[in-house]
Design a binder for this molecule. Structure first.
Ligand SMILES: NC(=[NH2+])NCCC[C@H](N)C(=O)O
Ligand SMILES: [Mn+2]
Ligand SMILES: [Mn+2]
Length: 318
């Protein structure tokens, strides 16, 4: 294990921490506080002490999307399309301009609907980008398959362009640039039937907790990278939903599923992505401090979110 990692796509080690305090992709309140808690825990300093210059960007500042949130499905079968789309557009523009300016954007959520924004921006910047989606869920429902109507369960289908005719017009700006062979999942354990069908049809490499138990996390990350980045030369977008990690370590999140990654397995994924030197952009989403039952729950969850970021940005154990 090397001491300092060369970031091939970010040799000058400039990072932008982009806040996405938004909860409209799902019904629960509190996930919009994620960025504030993570920043108050000292996240920016933690990243700068790893040798990155940092700045915080807040593309949603001055907006009022939270107050417009409803729990009604529209005629397309999804909720809050308008605000999710507008908020994603702002985050997209911020992530894109950071990448164009040579910064590594770390987008802090907020719910995972913002993956639509971050991944599409990463692909517009470099269409060779591959995506590792670390999550208990596949987030690949379409308006036709979603039962909940929650858009944090749909971002990947928008970026792949699956069931395109079914999207609300608000999402017509999203460039569907991702190819199914450039996306892999790790940590899955709660996938809807319609989503399973999509994963099979599009042959998307999907590593569930079964695979983690069977092969071990080291082998699983290697297999995932072999699928999406066989020559290890494409940039990597790491989209990290903290609910991939078991709720015993990360309790303060909106859709907890038992039987998840251990904290070490979760951090290993970020460390191993860092070791490739190919990390180009990342998201850390679904930290919801209001769902904590104790102070310790908040601390555990926020600390895990910060640790994911540090590991991906080059923190090593020795
Ligand atoms: N980003 C998340 N935590 N997504 C949970 C999605 C749950 C479920 N599959 C749905 O579509 O509603
Ligand atoms: Mn999830
Ligand atoms: Mn997710």
């Amino acid at each position: 294990m090397t001491d300092t990692i060369e970031y091939k796509f970010h040799p000058s080690k400039k990072a932008a921490i982009i806040t996405a305090p938004f909860s409209g992709g799902q019904p629960k309140g509190g996930v919009e506080l994620g960025p504030e808690y993570i920043l108050n825990a000292g996240f920016e300093k933690q990243i700068s002490s790893l040798g990155w210059t940092t700045q915080v960007k807040s593309p949603l500042e001055g907006t009022n999307y939270e107050s417009l949130k409803t729990n009604e499905k529209d005629k397309y079968g999804v909720k809050n399309a308008q605000i999710v789309s507008e908020c994603c557009k702002r985050i997209h523009d911020s992530v894109y301009s950071s990448l164009e300016a040579g910064e590594l954007p770390i987008t802090i959520g907020g719910d995972h609907s913002i993956g639509t924004a971050t991944v599409s921006a990463a692909l517009e910047h470099n269409e060779d980008t591959c995506v590792l989606w670390i999550d208990a869920h596949a987030d690949i429902n379409t308006p036709l398959t979603t039962e909940s109507g929650n858009l944090h369960g749909c971002p990947i289908s928008f970026i792949l362009g699956i069931d395109k005719e079914s999207y609300p017009p608000e999402f017509s700006w999203v460039p569907a640039k991702l190819k199914a062979n450039k996306l892999a999942f790790i940590g899955l354990r709660d996938v809807d039937d319609g989503e399973k069908k999509i994963l099979r049809e599009h042959k998307i490499p999907s590593f569930s907790m079964y695979h983690v138990d069977k092969y071990g996390i080291g082998k699983v990350v290697e297999m995932a990278l072999d699928k999406v980045n066989p020559e290890r030369k494409s940039p990597i977008h790491l989209s990290y939903d903290v609910d991939a990690i078991d709720p015993s370590f990360v309790p303060a999140t909106g859709t907890r599923v038992e039987g998840g990654l251990s904290l070490r397995e979760g951090l290993f994924i970020a460390e191993e992505v860092a070791q490739t030197g190919l990390l180009s952009s990342m998201d850390i989403v679904e930290t919801n401090p209001l769902l904590a039952e104790t102070e310790e729950h908040i601390l555990d969850t926020v600390s895990a979110a910060c640790a994911i970021g540090r590991c991906a940005m080059g923190q090593t154990l020795l």
